[in-house]
Design a binder for this molecule. Structure first.
Ligand code: UDP
Ligand code: MG
Length: 321
């Protein structure tokens, strides 16, 4: 029997984009159904991430026009990662495979065919990897590529140039559900779940409409979250820096004592100030990094829900009984 596919699409203030891309998603789904690659019970599941515009109304109306459209709505905006997670957790008992993708048409939906093929060939996770970034500005491309390099260097294992366009089987999802952390960085977590995985390549297009919700500040926050939720390498680096500075200081102490007894000690205001500033600065940065981890621990100990679903389209409500 062909597998049930749920396409998971997070949407935040996408009233300009949704009316354009929704038909593309539906065409793709019906194409896969008519080729007997996936089951007729497959769905396009939109996750409204607390949008303040007409996004949720559009989703509700879509679900009335075609049974394949479905939607859930988060009680407030929680960010892209939590929205995808909410969709995956909602879908995992109702389907055999999920494909998560952004709703802005930037990721090439035609590689979904290949993703499903790879699943049918026995792969449980299929990562969509960008082969080119020609349409991104130089700045976006440079920052994004540095982002992957930094992540890997800092010990977070991520697939290079893979964002959140991926196929995941429900078997992997049910294991993934045991990862209870509140700080989530999906693309770094799925490699940890394991199982057989492979990559498919695609070219990234420009947004069909609207604007990116990921300015540099949010990208930096995501990079920082990614590193701190997956790796403790920064703390190890701090320990390394500490040891080096301590060794240097010991030589400095030896030198000062010698200089004193040889009568060569002069009032060195400049060098003194320099050292205090340097070490003070390094200490503050180190404290900040350690503080970041303590903050993460604090958030984890609260065990607050990672998403709250406030509403569902009628067809999703029916599925729950
Ligand atoms: N998104 C979301 N919640 C947010 C921000 C974004 O669900 O708080 C969704 C957005 O609707 C889109 C996807 O996440 O489907 C990626 O966002 P965007 O296209 O703005 O990011 P970029 O592609 O520029 O990195
Ligand atoms: Mg986008």
């Amino acid at each position: 029997m062909s597998p049930v596919l749920f396409i998971i699409i997070p949407c935040y203030n996408e009233e300009k984009v949704l009316p354009i891309t929704c038909t593309l998603f539906l065409e793709k789904l019906t194409h896969l159904i008519s080729n007997n690659k996936i089951s007729e019970d497959s769905r396009i599941l939109f996750i409204n991430d607390g949008s303040t515009d007409e996004t949720w109304d559009i989703i509700c109306k879509l679900s009335e026009t075609d049974i394949h459209y479905a939607g859930i709505s988060q009680s407030r905006n929680r960010g892209h990662q939590n929205a995808v997670l909410a969709g995956l957790m909602e879908a995992k008992e109702q389907c055999d495979i999920t494909i998560s993708i952004d709703c802005d048409g930037q990721d090439d939906i035609d590689v979904m065919d290949e993703m499903v093929e790879q699943y049918l060939a026995g792969y449980e996770v299929v990562y969509g990897v960008r082969s080119k970034r020609d349409t991104d500005t130089f700045f976006k491309r440079y920052t994004a590529e540095s982002f992957y390099k930094l992540l890997n260097w800092m010990g977070a294992e991520v697939v290079y140039n893979h964002a959140d366009y991926r196929l995941v089987s429900s078997r992997v999802l049910s294991e993934f559900a045991n990862f209870g952390e509140v700080n989530i960085f999906l693309r770094g977590m799925f490699p940890l779940v394991g199982f057989k995985s492979t990559n498919v390549f695609y070219e990234r297009h420009e947004r069909v409409a609207g604007e990116s919700h990921y300015p540099l500040s949010k990208m930096l926050a995501l990079a920082f979250d990614g590193i701190t939720s997956l790796s403790i390498k920064p703390i190890r680096l701090i320990t390394g820096i500490g040891i080096i500075i301590a060794l240097l200081s010991f030589t400095g102490v030896g030198y000062s004592i010698m200089a004193h007894f040889l009568g060569k000690a002069v009032a060195g205001w400049a060098s003194m100030t320099l050292l205090i500033c340097l070490i003070g600065g390094i200490q503050l940065i180190c404290l900040g990094v350690i503080g970041e981890y303590i903050g993460k621990i604090y958030l984890e100990t609260k065990r607050r829900p990672r998403f709250i679903i406030g509403d569902r389209t009628e067809n999703m409500k029916r599925n729950r009984h």
